[in-house]
Design a protein around this ligand. Sequence first.
Ligand code: PAF
Length: 280
Amino acid sequence: MKILESKADAREMVRQWRSASQKIGLVPTMGYFHQGHLSLMEECKRHADRVIVSIFVNPTQFAPNEDLASYPRDLDRDKKLAETQGIDALFIPRDDQIYAPEHKTWVVVEDLSNGLCGKSRPTHFRGVATIVTKLFNIIQPDVAVFGQKDFQQLQIIRRMVRDLDLPIRILGCPIVREPDGLAMSSRNAYLTEEQRPSALCLYQALQLADRLVREEGVESCSQIQTRLRQKIESFPFTRIDYIFTGDPDTLKPLEQVERPLLVALAVFVGTTRLIDNILI
Ligand code: PAF
């Protein structure tokens, strides 16, 4: 497995693969791999001859009060896991390789970026769309793979690729969960032993939403929201950022249930902000 630390090296590697007519897949990540990341790599291998995984904790998608400095990192472990996974190359650029001084150019996907996570993280998706565009420009992959846990991110990237005519196929992969249902996330590492049981509030609330719609035939989104709020607040250490019930394509809230319905949550457990979602 090649370790590429500069844009020039990454471009040269990709040029060689392309001149051998190989199809290139990219898995953009911020590292600290878990089973969710490994499932993205697996999916990418099914659709490409060569797979490159980027590890870059992108500063522009963190607000000044967020967890950029403490974001979990373990490069040695990530390298071993990627190698075991049969990845062809890891692209691990330094910050100054990616952002020149006085970087002033941004990619903004309007509307889709404003609701859900965009409300409490107003500059987050601008940072995501910009770094993903830069990675797409550096690697020029045929296919790129993202997780559905970040549902809003996935929809934003799909829209960006469509709107900007980027010749890249975007694949979304199902959420990977711990045996008790907690969605895998690098940020789960922040949870204390005491807080960990409360992190289950997201999965249990989503299961409740599923039962309310499928089994009880509830049609009012505000009724679903009320029941989910009660469920989440019955767990200690929790503070709700949002409960979203709406259209998975437009990301607009709905008053009455229409299927498929996206139910998405962001909840602080202690100081750790967790997200999860379900399509019903
Ligand atoms: O989902 C992530 O890990 C990040 O938002 C991404 C897509 C790698 C961009 O930094």
